[in-house]
Design a protein around this ligand. Structure first.
Ligand SMILES: NC(=O)C1=CN([C@@H]2O[C@H](COP(=O)(O)OP(=O)(O)OC[C@H]3O[C@@H](n4cnc5c(N)ncnc54)[C@H](O)[C@@H]3O)[C@@H](O)[C@H]2O)C=CC1
Ligand SMILES: O=C(O)C(=O)[C@H](O)COP(=O)(O)O
Length: 383
C-alpha cells in the first residue's frame, strides 16, 4: 500500500507499519504544498488542517481512504469524497484537552496581568462540542459561571442565543467549526455589530478558526477603543496574519492551541484506528503504548501551600503561553516579509508541550476543598 501523508503527523511509521508491510511506501511532504501528482498513486491520504482535500487534489487519483489527524474538517470536501466512494475519518476530539489547557492558561495569564478573578466573571462558551463541553466542565469545577450557545446541542442551562451571550458574558471563548452555510453559519459570527456591543473589559478568546471572528472589525474596535482584551490562536488568512492586529491583541499564538504531544499522538492513533476499521486490519498499536512519558511527571507542594497557589504553579510549570506569544511576535518583527513561512516554522518546530492531566500534583497536609483549583484545572492530585 502507498500512503501519502503530511510530514507533521507524528509516529506515522510506528502506527502504520502493518499497512506498509515489506513493499509498501510512505511518502511524506509539507501539507500546504501537497499536489495532485503527490497523491495520484496513493491508496491512503493522511492530512492535517493545512491541506485542502477536494476534487482538485484527488480527481483521477487512486486514493481510497482519507483521514485528517485533526478535529476540524473545514479543509475537507466530505461531500465530494462520499460521492466518489472514498472513505473518510477525522480525529474528533483528539486535541480538545490541549485547547482547554490553552484557554485556561490564557485566562490564568489575564488573571495575573489584569487582576481578574475568574470566579467573579461569566464565561460565554460558543460551541458545546468536544472542546466547549470540556472547557465548561473544567470551569464549573473551578466554580466559574458559564453560559453556553450551541443551537445544535442540548446544553447545560438550556443554552442561549449568540446575541444574549454577547450581552451577558465577561469572557467569550469560541469553539465552533468554521461554516458559511446552513441555519447557523459561524463565519464572522463575531461581526462588527457584535464587536461594537462588547462591554469594556470583555476578554475574547478565539482558538477555533480565524474566520469565526471578523479580524478587520476586531482590529478596528481595538484601534478605536482599546478597551477589550483579545487572545487569538487562529487568524483569518493564516498562515498570513495582520501584524497590526497582532500588535493589538493581548496574546497571539500561531494556531498551536491543540498542539500538545498527547493531542498530536492521539490524532495519529485515531486515524490509525479508523484506517484499520476501513481496511479490515486488526489494531496492533495503542496510544498509551507509544505516547512518550512526560519530562515532568509530578510536582510536590510544600506543606501549607494553598491549593490556589499550587494550581497556578502547576499550570506555569506545564505550559508557558507567554513563550508562544513572544515567539510569534519576535518572528513577525524579525521577518515582516515572510510571516507565513515563520508562522508555519513555529508550528513545525513547536516544543513538546504536555497536557495538564499528565502532571501529578502532590499536596501535603491540605484538605480537599470544593472547587479545588488544582483538580479543576485538570491536574491529578495526590494527598
Ligand atoms: N486552535 C486549535 O489548535 C484547534 C482548533 N480547533 C477548532 O475548534 C473547533 C471546535 O472543536 P471541537 O469542539 O473538537 O469540535 P466539535 O465538532 O466537537 O464541536 C463544535 C461545536 O460547535 C457547535 N456549533 C456549530 N455551529 C455553531 C454556531 N453557529 N453557534 C454555536 N455553536 C455552533 C456544534 O454544534 C458543535 O457542538 C474545530 O472545528 C476546529 O475548527 C480544534 C482543535 C484544535
Ligand atoms: O485539530 C484541529 O482542528 C486543529 O486546528 C489542529 O490543531 C491544527 O493543526 P494542524 O493540522 O494545522 O497541524
Amino acid at each position: 500500500m502507498k500512503i501519502v501523508a503530511d510530514e507533521n503527523i507524528p509516529l506515522l511509521e510506528t502506527f502504520f507499519r502493518d499497512f506498509l508491510g515489506e513493499n509498501g511506501e510512505l511518502y511524506t511532504c509539507h501539507g500546504r504544498n501537497m499536489t495532485p501528482e503527490d497523491v495520484a498513486d496513493a491508496d491512503m491520504l493522511l492530512v492535517r488542517s493545512i491541506t485542502q482535500v477536494n476534487e482538485k487534489l484527488l480527481a483521477g487519483s487512486q486514493v481510497r481512504f482519507v483521514a485528517t489527524a485533526t478535529s476540524g474538517t473545514d479543509h475537507v470536501d466530505k461531500k465530494w469524497l462520499k460521492n466518489n466512494n472514498i472513505g473518510f475519518s477525522s480525529a474528533a476530539g483528539c486535541n480538545a484537552d490541549a485547547v482547554v489547557d490553552y484557554v485556561l492558561a490564557a485566562l490564568d495569564n489575564m488573571t495575573d496581568e489584569h487582576g481578574i478573578q475568574l470566579q467573579e466573571r461569566t464565561v460565554g462558551i460558543v460551541g458545546y462540542g468536544q472542546v466547549g463541553s470540556r472547557l465548561y466542565d473544567r470551569l464549573k469545577a473551578l466554580g466559574v459561571t458559564c453560559l453556553v450557545c450551541d443551537p445544535f446541542k442540548e446544553v447545560p442551562g438550556g443554552g442561549i442565543t449568540m446575541d444574549d451571550l454577547v450581552n451577558w458574558s465577561d469572557i467569550i471563548s469560541f469553539h465552533t467549526p468554521l461554516t458559511d452555510s446552513g441555519p447557523h453559519p459561524t463565519f464572522h459570527i463575531l461581526d462588527q455589530d457584535r464587536l461594537q456591543r462588547l462591554r469594556p473589559g470583555t476578554i475574547l478568546v478565539n482558538a477555533g478558526r480565524g474566520g469565526v471572528v471578523d479580524n478587520n472589525a476586531l482590529k478596528q474596535r481595538l484601534q478605536e477603543q482599546n478597551d477589550i482584551i483579545a487572545v487569538l490562536d487562529v487568524w483569518e488568512g493564516e498562515p498570513e496574519l495582520d501584524p497590526e492586529l497582532l500588535d493589538l491583541v493581548a496574546i497571539g499564538t500561531p494556531h498551536i492551541a491543540g498542539y500538545s504531544v498527547d493531542g498530536k499522538v492521539r490524532g495519529t492513533a485515531m486515524i490509525y484506528q479508523a484506517a484499520c476499521k476501513y481496511f479490515g486490519q486488526p489494531e496492533t498499536i495503542r496510544f498509551h503504548e507509544v505516547v512518550p512519558a512526560p519530562s515532568l511527571r509530578s510536582l510536590t507542594m510544600s506543606e501549607g501551600v494553598s491549593p490556589q497557589i499550587a494550581a497556578t504553579m502547576a499550570l506555569k510549570a506545564v505550559y508557558d503561553i507567554r513563550r508562544d506569544d513572544r515567539c510569534l511576535r519576535q518572528a513577525v518583527r524579525k521577518h515582516p516579509d515572510a510571516i507565513a513561512r515563520e508562522f508555519d516554522l513555529l508550528r513545525r518546530n513547536y516544543p513538546k508541550r504536555r497536557e495538564f492531566s499528565t502532571l501529578e500534583v502532590i499536596m501535603i497536609d491540605t484538605h480537599p476543598a470544593a472547587n479545588d483549583p488544582v483538580a479543576g484545572l485538570g491536574f491529578r492530585i495526590t494527598e
